[in-house]
Design a protein around this ligand. Structure first.
Ligand code: GTB
Length: 215
């Protein structure tokens, strides 16, 4: 059984924004059971964990002799070794993988920059001046994504690892108010979150937070 690592106590209080969520969701979509080893912030920086993850972060993945880090690489590995997250047709498969990269390298950076500023820079004197620029950068990408999605349910035909990754990236905007400006993107995120596999993954990571807060 593969084992992943996750926060012992997630700073998002179980909202499913930590990046183990996308790996849990991928496992649930393909029906692969998995173990979770919880790690503290201190343990993450120790040599034993750094041997798995050079940057001392979660998530990691271990299965037999294989150890992986980077949520994108882990989700791709799961998708390539099970049915359900990548189309069989080679071209469609390549396009689904392109959407994974788009989520991680085109959409995620401005979204992370905005949400980090909202979390950690609110009390800075330059925050009010910086915020509109950060929001506009995200708005541009949401507009472009919205135009491409059009009337479709998913980015390229049936639900794929590309959608899984995109939805997990877009979910971080829930508290930003920006999803309200793009109802079609908000509906796309809601479709992803309504999938039974998403619900199971979400409940599993929430249970970790609930247990930690009761102990
Ligand atoms: N590129 C890597 C990947 O995709 O796997 C990034 C991994 C990463 O950022 N891991 C974070 C981590 O381990 C947890 S997910 N941080 C600890 C550290 O660097 O010391 C990032 C995250 C954390 C918290 C929230 N939150 O509270 O909302 C959201 C996302």
């Amino acid at each position: 059984m593969p084992t992943i690592t996750a926060f012992e106590s997630s700073p998002d209080r179980g909202k499913g924004h930590a990046r183990d969520m996308r790996v849990r969701w991928a496992f649930e979509e393909v029906g692969q059971p998995y173990d979770v080893r919880l790690v503290s912030f201190t343990a993450m920086k120790q040599p034993a964990h750094r041997a798995l993850h050079p940057f001392g972060q979660i998530p990691t993945y271990e299965d037999g002799d294989l150890a992986l880090f980077e949520s994108g690489a882990i989700v791709l590995h799961i998708a390539e070794h099970h049915d359900g997250l990548l189309p069989k047709n080679a071209d469609a498969r390549a396009r689904a993988i392109a959407w994974m990269f788009a989520a991680l390298s085109t959409m995620e950076p401005p979204i992370v920059e905005l949400t980090m500023a909202m979390l950690f820079e609110r009390d800075k004197r330059w925050y009010a001046e910086r915020l509109p620029g950060l929001q506009d950068r995200v708005r541009v990408r949401l507009g472009e994504l919205s135009r491409r999605l059009g009337e479709a349910d998913w980015l390229d035909g049936t639900f794929s690892a590309g959608d899984l990754m995109m939805v997990t990236v877009l979910r971080r905007l829930h508290t930003s108010g920006l999803l309200d400006e793009f109802p079609d993107i908000a509906a796309y995120v809601a479709r992803g979150e309504a999938r039974p596999a998403f619900r199971r993954a979400f409940d599993a990571q929430l249970a970790v937070f609930t247990a930690a807060s009761q102990s």
